[in-house]
Design a protein around this ligand. Structure first.
Ligand code: IDP
Ligand code: MG
Length: 151
C-alpha cells in the first residue's frame, strides 16, 4: 500500500553534514519526497511531537537535543513507507542497529541517533500535520514510477 510518512534529520545529523547522504538513501530507494524544510523546532512543537514520552527519564534531554539546532523535516511517500523508512533507519539504540541502516552506519548512542521516522499510520498522519501545512505537501508524478511499480 502506498503510504506517507514523516522523517527528520535531527540536529546532530545536520551538524555532522549527513543531510545529503540521508536524503540520498530515500531517493535511491525510489521513495518520493513530497515535502521538505529546515527549521529550528520551537520548544512547544517539540513537546507536542514527543508527547508520548512525557515523564520518562530521557524526556527533558530529548527536548533539549531536538531543539538544539536546525533539523531537516521531510514527508516521504512510497510502498509501505512507514515501516520501510523505520527499517532503513535501524533500531532506536544505534548499538542494536544493523550496519546498512542509517543509525547503524552513522551513529553510536540512543541520545544522538540522528534521525526520526513515524512509527505507525496514526503517528505519520499526526506528525505530517504537526510539521507541514497542506500547501507544503506536494502531489506530483515522478517519471520513474512506471519502472518502480508493477502496473
Ligand atoms: P524512535 O525514535 O526509534 O521512535 P522512541 O522510543 O520513540 O524511538 O524515542 C524517541 C527518541 O528519544 C529516540 O529516537 C532517542 O533520540 C530518544 N531516546 C529514547 N530512549 C532514550 C534513552 O534511553 N536515552 C536517551 N535518549 C533516548
Ligand atoms: Mg518514536
Amino acid at each position: 500500500m502506498i503510504e506517507k510518512t514523516f522523517a527528520m534529520v535531527k540536529p546532530d545529523g545536520v551538524q555532522r553534514g549527513l543531510v545529503g547522504r540521508i536524503v540520498q538513501r530515500f531517493e535511491d530507494r525510489g521513495f518520493k519526497i513530497i515535502a521538505m524544510k529546515m527549521m529550528k523546532i520551537p520548544k512547544e512543537l517539540a513537546e507536542r511531537h514527543y508527547e508520548e514520552h512525557k515523564g520518562k527519564g530521557f524526556y527533558e534531554p530529548l527536548l533539549s537535543y531536538i531543539t538544539s539546532g536546525p533539523v531537516l523535516c521531510m514527508a516521504i511517500e512510497g510502498e509501505n513507507a512507514i515501516a520501510a523508512v523505520r527499517t532503513m533507519m535501524g533500531k532506536t539504540n544505534p548499538q542494536d542497529a544493523t550496519p546498512g541502516t542509517i543509525r547503524g552506519d552513522f551513529s553510536q548512542v540512543t541520545g544522538r541517533n540522528i534521525v526520526h521516522g513515524s512509527d505507525s499510520s496514526e503517528s505519520a498522519k499526526r506528525e505530517i500535520k504537526l510539521f507541514f501545512n497542506d500547501y507544503e505537501i506536494q502531489k506530483y508524478e515522478k517519471i520513474d514510477e512506471v519502472w518502480l511499480f508493477e502496473k
